[in-house]
Design a binder for this molecule. Structure first.
Ligand code: NDP
Length: 250
């Protein structure tokens, strides 16, 4: 894709799942990549596994904590020189009935998925504005940011918030040449999804609810991240791209 070669890319939640596939994709595009995950061992393993594919390093970070995010952004800048692309991807999810959700569970999901996205987005955008060369930010929302789904009240609220955070960041950051967009994937087969659902449930869901009759892969989401971050998307700003095999089409 145009305009990616040589770029410095920070990927939050890049140590597994969609974020890891995205690290692979940006390395293939000739970018320099810096990842974080909450578990240092997993970050180190992913960096070691992908290092033969290009320039990649990383650090452990909890995106919900301001100090941890400040350390992440400083370390990423030290490694990349400049963060030109932010993939704001880190997130958590679990199923829970609305009537059973505790305030503590609500706070944790919102803290990682929405506060974390805000903290990382703001810290990186401040550096992009200071450098004066623009940039691209792609936030991770979900089809769950567009429609409700039972047992995901806290997750749905965080992903709906992520989409409006994206749109509002776009209105303020466009004047600095910083494009901000979001992805809204449907069901993607990742470690997170495998922890939540058993394979027979997944097959039945795909057959009944997805016109393409299958769930998506992390690589298909990585391709969309790369597109929105590239110059091929140079006039796409403030929007959410749905990647769901047609799930929301009916
Ligand atoms: P995974 O659990 O496979 O990967 C999540 C990544 O985020 C891991 O690298 C994880 O690190 C990291 N992470 C979790 N919490 C934190 C934290 N507090 N600080 C920093 N990093 C953290 O999930 P997916 O790849 O499935 O999901 C990635 C994103 O895509 C999420 O935002 C998710 O909500 C979203 N999404 C996923 C869909 C799906 O069907 N899979 C559909 C739509 C959206 P560690 O492993 O160390 O915990």
């Amino acid at each position: 894709m145009r305009g990616l070669k040589g770029r410095g890319v920070l990927i939050s939640g890049g140590s597994r799942g969609i974020g890891k596939a995205t690290a692979v994709r940006f390395l293939e595009e000739g970018c320099r990549v810096f990842i974080c995950g909450i578990d240092q061992t997993e970050v180190d393993q992913t960096v070691a596994e992908l290092s033969s594919a290009g320039d990649i390093s990383g650090v452990a970070c909890d995106v919900s904590l301001e100090e941890s995010v400040a350390h992440l952004v400083a370390a990423a800048e030290q490694s990349l020189g400049q963060i030109e692309i932010l993939i704001n991807n880190a997130g958590i999810a679990w199923q829970e009935d609305f009537l059973d959700i505790t305030a503590e569970h609500w706070d944790r999901i919102l803290a990682v998925n929405l506060r974390g996205m805000f903290l990382v987005g703001q810290a990186v955008a401040r550096r992009m504005v200071a450098h004066g060369k623009g940039g691209a930010i792609v936030n991770m929302s979900s089809t769950n940011g567009l429609v409700g789904e039972a047992q995901y009240t806290h997750y749905n609220a965080s992903k709906g918030g992520a989409l409006l955070l994206t749109k509002t960041m776009a209105t303020e950051l466009g004047m600095h040449g910083i494009r901000v967009n979001a992805l809204c994937p449907g069901y993607i087969l990742t470690p997170l999804a495998q922890e939540i659902y058993d394979p027979s449930e997944v097959a039945a869901f795909a057959n009944q609810s997805i016109p393409l009759k299958r769930v998506g892969t992390p690589e298909e989401v990585a391709a969309a991240y790369a597109f929105l971050a590239s110059d091929d998307a140079s006039f796409i700003h403030g929007t959410g791209l749905v990647i769901d095999g047609g799930q929301l089409a009916f």
